[in-house]
Design a protein around this ligand. Sequence first.
Ligand SMILES: [Zn+2]
Length: 350
Amino acid sequence: MDERIVSLKAQFEADLSKIENVADLEGIRVSYLGKKGSITDLLKGMKDLSNEEKKAFGQDVNILKNEATNRIAEKMQELKEKEIEKEINSMPSFDVSMPASLDRGSYHPITLVQRQCEAVFRSMGFNVEDYSEVVTDYECFEALNIPKHHPARDMQDTYYLENGQLLKSHTSAAQNAIYKKYKDALINDGTPIKAIFPGRCFRNEATDACHENTFFQMEGVMVDKDISISNLIFFMKTMLSEVFRKDINVRLRPGFFPFVEPGFELDISCLICGGEGCPSCKHSGWLELCPCGMIHPEVLKAGGIDPEEYTGFAFGLGLTRLAMMKYGVKDIRDLNGGSLKSLSQFTDDE
Ligand SMILES: [Zn+2]
């Protein structure tokens, strides 16, 4: 075999053995087998040889060319396998037989309180209703006896969409829809309307330890013949005693809300001192909890219910406020802050 072929073959093997990636391998292929490659060049030098020599030389160069082509293909396969192996080794490994992590998170304190309230009201025959967060001006205000330019709107500035809809500023925004949904059963079958509707509410206001632009309420209504304030007091007292796991006293003070008449502020006996008087209740023994009252005749009328025949009560419980009282949260912003460190310390005491 020609000396040049032998030495080029040795050179090729030496070069190939140093290759560690696909790009370098391609470089080797071009430098040996490309149009100007070393092996191709050998064939160009054949013109000075005799016919006999040309034949033998040509055959040897072709053998070398085929060998080099095969060696490069083998090397390519080898490099690709190595790359896959490298990728697999770089993946995080885990043991599928290990037990699942016990760190599973917890319910948000507002969710806990909401579920407790729902459970108590369900047991007293109330339906739990879900209602949209985006409502019309009619649902949020007009149907609740709050016409345009009514001063009560000042307290409930919220966020408006370009189409005139708004983010509900109180769960009362669902009242009209609830009355319309259940009025036929009330009028035709005498089934009282008993519903609670928890939900997220919004107000356009600056936040501080006591104010948030996003908070949770739970509205409750009951409509039937001969519903009175004592029904309201009974349901509120029962629900609160269950939620706080102790006997809670409630009292009503007059309060003005356009959608109730008469309207009240409902206070509960101080959870800390039990009514004796302490700094938390400003030594009064009472804590302000929620607005409530007898549903205004205009509100019943807007819902298709005759106020001459039916009466009802409504209350707007602040779930956020209730959660703060129950779990001793001092800053309302902690509840929406998303810090797992502060939120995960609350547990369901069911
Ligand atoms: Zn107190």
